[in-house]
Design a protein around this ligand. Structure first.
Ligand SMILES: NC(=O)c1ccc[n+]([C@@H]2O[C@H](COP(=O)([O-])OP(=O)(O)OC[C@H]3O[C@@H](n4cnc5c(N)ncnc54)[C@H](OP(=O)(O)O)[C@@H]3O)[C@@H](O)[C@H]2O)c1
Length: 291
């Protein structure tokens, strides 16, 4: 088993497995895990249960008008671990940028459902489910899972992430109070992931301040989302910045990975505001505005 949930069994149908096997970045359907999904499209850790594929209810104007990709750079192979709200949001932007997307879930059926929904919304998009072993051909790996799961994933993927750009999008927040981070004050979730990862893994913090629903839309209030980026490897930061800008968003490189702490802190406040009267329905964005 090569996903973080190692005890589960495969639940993909024969026809699904056949389709997955045809995917260029897909090696073998070695194993998979099942389990109920509770999510709310575009919302983080809300109580209402839903299915992962419900994120398609949020329409992307740019996708609907079928405009060409934003970017003029090279096509990246983006490997996303997770099949929930953020996986859908980041995949939407990556596909808008003309990149290839592969999705790995604990349950192959969820990866298939999400891939189908994304392909339906962007005909011709190169998106498909994959198995963990396919990570070898990825240019960028996105950890679209909860923080604790991300630690398990980087440990389990180990050396296969060495030399790759790995994006941590997590918010290690105490979700019972929305009042504190769960990592020590002199550290961050991203720094802990970097310590857990194999040597040579280029850990980059990004997308943690963008709510999933706004990512699908690509904008809030008519303005493109800012995506704050922190990382120690300049080439990896640039690669994530290119991924962001090609998808129609605005990259803001803030510096080294030590600044992930501030990004997680500001998003803690942003999330806490949603839970208060007058909150913005998990659709607001943090943006730098200048004359
Ligand atoms: N939602 C937002 O607006 C938002 C914004 C910024 C950052 N984030 C961050 O993005 C990450 C994902 O959030 P989300 O809203 O997309 O969550 P989500 O919709 O609940 O999706 C989480 C995904 O992670 C998978 N997963 C859970 N535990 C796992 C494990 N132990 N091993 C492997 N996979 C596991 C889930 O698989 P199953 O479905 O099989 O359980 C699911 O595919 C989190 O770190 C969150 O803090 C979220």
């Amino acid at each position: 088993m090569t996903t973080a949930r190692s005890s589960a069994t495969a639940s993909t149908s024969a026809s699904d497995a056949g389709r997955i096997a045809q995917s260029p970045m897909f090696d073998t359907l070695s194993d998979a895990a099942g389990g109920p999904s509770t999510c709310t499209p575009g919302f983080e850790h809300q109580p209402e249960p839903c299915q992962a594929d419900r994120f398609i209810l949020v329409q992307d104007e740019r996708d609907r008008r079928q405009l060409p990709p934003h970017g003029r750079g090279s096509r990246m192979r983006v490997f996303i671990v997770g099949t929930g709200n953020m996986a859908g949001g980041i995949a939407t932007r990556a596909l808008a940028g003309g990149h290839t997307v592969r999705l790995v879930g604990t349950d192959p059926a969820k990866a298939m459902t999400l891939a189908d929904a994304l392909a339906e919304r962007r005909p011709g998009a190169d998106v498909a489910p994959a198995v963990p072993d396919a990570v070898g051909s990825a240019d960028v790996v996105v950890l679209a899972v909860p923080f604790d799961a991300a630690k398990e994933v980087v440990t389990e993927y180990g050396d296969r992430l060495a030399g790759k750009t790995v994006v941590d999008i997590s918010n290690p927040v105490d979700f019972s109070t929305f009042d504190s981070l769960t990592v020590p004050a002199d550290s961050s979730g991203a720094q802990q992931l970097a310590e857990a990862a194999a040597p040579g893994t280029h850990l980059v913090k990004a997308f943690n301040t963008t709510f999933a629903g706004s990512l699908v839309a690509g904008e809030v209030g008519g303005l493109p989302l800012d995506v704050f980026i922190a990382g120690d490897d300049a080439a990896a930061r640039d690669q994530v910045a290119e991924l962001v800008s090609s998808g129609g968003l605005n990259p803001v490189v803030v510096g080294g990975l030590r600044h992930a702490r501030e990004l997680e802190g500001i998003q803690l406040l942003h999330m806490a505001l949603q839970t208060r009267p007058g909150g913005h329905g998990w659709m607001s964005a943090i943006k730098i505005v200048a004359p």
